[in-house]
Design a protein around this ligand. Structure first.
Ligand code: MG
Length: 389
């Protein structure tokens, strides 16, 4: 038997989700200073037993390919509509290398270790297929309508991971023959009669799906002292002014205050909440209120500014940040803010779903100087700090 020692790898990163202005697909997101994809790819590029690598990208991501093609032994190929089609594209790209074995890995597992890759390669010396898995530790239930229906015995149950390794020619044939939507390459292999050995997986080889997974992955990297894994801290500031107009009350930081004037402006002219909202957008480098809620759009006329603040908070949480604290200063001669400051902080905290102790609302005058001093309007300053663990 003529056995080539070479083992190739396919990194599948063809996940969709790229929309202009929408969230980045997770493989392109930052994980402690590098993209998820770059971390997964490096584990294979740096592994001494891995030869040629096919990186499979979504069609809309192929513009990013030149940044990767400088690496020796790396071919970037366009994926298909399904994961299985993308793996097939990767296999075809490696076909000319006459490889004995190939490892197929999901880019969404960026913390795969060199030791784990070695274990899969070692198992392939004796088996036609080998893949890492972790025995189930939690109890397993079958449930329906929020109620436990059945306890499922967990003996012999595993959580499957990647990289999954196979003899090259049989897995290429197996992918060509498979019909349907397999959950992984082991399913494709077994359908073709390929025996797959289980090698010990690793908890740190997690598949990144949720924000919580990003946080766990950062903790693993921080524990290794690897990369720029420290907490990500951002600061934003906001400033807003609204002029007084005829009226009998005004809304400041979500609290309605009787007064002999009102505030004029877009939405409900809540100058304090606008400054706070802009501070959050600022910390995220995500534009300002005017970009997200154009003044030309009549639907926001007279609108409750809580909608704006909730929008900024949802953008913040979607990117994994939490608000550490906010400090708001209202600048006016009248009305008196002091008696309402605690209610304002509580109202803002309520909108943001935070404990009131994280929000400060205070006020100052300008000693009768300037527009605020002349009672022409109210100004507001806000500073926020966002943290991502
Ligand atoms: Mg405003």
């Amino acid at each position: 038997m003529n056995i080539s020692a070479e083992t190739g790898a396919i990194i599948v990163a063809a996940g969709k989700g790229r929309r202009v202005g929408g969230p980045l697909p997770k493989q392109w997101r930052d994980l402690a200073g590098r993209t998820v994809l770059a971390r997964a790819l490096d584990a294979f590029l740096e592994h001494p037993e891995i030869g040629p690598i096919a990186l499979v990208l979504a069609a809309e991501d192929m513009a990013m390919a030149p940044g990767y093609e400088g690496h020796g032994g790396l071919t970037v190929v366009e994926g298909g509509a399904s994961r299985a089609e993308s793996v097939r594209a990767g296999l075809l790209a490696l076909e000319g290398h006459a490889l004995r074995d190939v490892l197929i890995h999901d880019a969404a597992r960026p913390l795969v270790s060199a030791a784990l890759i070695s274990r899969v390669i070692a198992a392939l010396r004796e088996h036609e297929g080998a893949a890492p898995a972790v025995p189930l530790a939690d109890a397993l239930w079958r449930g329906e309508n929020g109620m436990v229906q059945e306890i499922v015995p967990r003996a012999g149950l595993y959580r499957a991971q990647t990289p999954q390794g196979f003899r090259f020619t049989p897995i290429l044939a197996a992918h060509g023959a498979f019909r349907g939507d397999p959950s992984d390459d082991v399913e494709v292999a077994r359908a073709a009669g390929i025996e797959v050995a289980i090698v010990p997986g690793e908890e740190r080889n997690l598949k990144i799906t949720t924000e919580e997974d990003f946080a766990r992955a950062r903790m693993f990297l921080a524990a290794d002292g690897k990369g720029d894994a420290q907490m990500d801290i951002r600061i934003g500031n906001g400033f807003d002014v609204h002029a007084f107009a005829e009226g009998d009350s005004l809304t400041l930081c979500g609290v309605r205050i009787p007064h002999d004037r009102a505030l004029s402006g877009h939405s409900d002219a809540d100058v304090g909440m606008h400054a706070l909202t802009d501070a959050i957008y600022g910390a995220l480098a995500d534009g300002d209120i005017g970009r997200h809620f154009p003044p030309s759009d009549p639907q926001w006329k007279g609108a409750d500014s809580a909608i704006l603040l909730e929008h900024a908070c949802s953008r913040m949480r979607a990117r994994g940040y939490a608000l550490a604290n906010a400090d708001i200063t209202l600048i006016c001669e009248a009305p008196k803010i002091g008696p309402h400051a605690d209610a304002m902080a509580a109202r803002l905290a309520g909108i943001m779903d935070l404990p009131p102790g994280k929000i400060s609302v205070k006020a100052t005058t300008t000693e009768k100087l300037g527009f605020a001093g002349r009672n022409e309007g109210i100004a507001a300053l806000a500073v926020v700090q966002l943290v991502r663990p």
